[in-house]
Design a binder for this molecule. Structure first.
Ligand SMILES: [Fe+2]
Ligand SMILES: [Fe+2]
Length: 189
């Protein structure tokens, strides 16, 4: 499947605003990959396809989560399912068979410590693509920060996520806490 075919297929699977967001993530991920020396082709595909399972049927996503043996904290939060499910379907639905893209899509919402450069880029691009600016006052400045110091932007995105989960009295997945701890330590040096 070539890029145009993937793009067309994705458009048919997502609500219009989710498709627009995906295109925003794709563009920002490519720019960040060029800036930080990641593979721009992989960034383009991971950005485009990261939310491919977002608007899928909840029950079919649940079955895939069971099948791939996602950890308990992911299983308990349906809003986290689309990352691992999207990663699982990359090969089957889009013919993308690549471990780095799989990892970036899998962890784009949950996050984790010791992320690869590509996974970091997708994690921050998901939060910072320009379409997010209408919902949050901090994303434009943080987007600029991502071009100066990717780890500092990563820390801010993880911390904003933690704060927002606290404010909404929701469970905090350990991935963003792990990012916080790792980046605080790293940026101190
Ligand atoms: Fe997502
Ligand atoms: Fe997204």
């Amino acid at each position: 499947m070539n890029y145009e075919e993937m793009d067309k297929k994705l458009k048919g699977c997502l609500k219009p605003e989710r498709y627009e967001h995906s295109k925003g993530v794709e563009l920002l991920a490519v720019r960040l990959a060029e800036k930080w020396g990641a593979d721009a082709r992989k960034a383009r595909l991971a950005g485009l396809l990261h939310d491919s399972a977002k608007n899928a049927d909840k029950e079919s996503n649940r079955l895939i989560i069971e099948k791939i043996g996602a950890d308990e904290s992911i299983k308990a939060s349906p809003s986290l399912w689309h990352g691992p499910v999207g990663a699982h379907l990359l090969k089957e639905d889009y013919g993308v068979d690549d471990a780095e893209i799989y990892d970036a899509v899998y962890y784009h919402t949950v996050g984790k410590a010791k992320m690869s450069l590509l996974t970091k880029i997708i994690y921050v691009a998901d939060a910072l693509e320009p379409g997010r600016d209408a919902y949050a006052g901090w994303t434009a400045a943080c987007r600029e920060k991502a071009f100066e110091n990717l780890d500092a932007a990563l820390l801010e995105v993880a911390d904003r996520t933690i704060k927002s989960l606290i404010d909404r009295k929701l469970k905090i997945n350990t991935g963003c806490v792990d990012i916080h701890n790792e980046m605080v330590e790293k940026l101190k040096k």
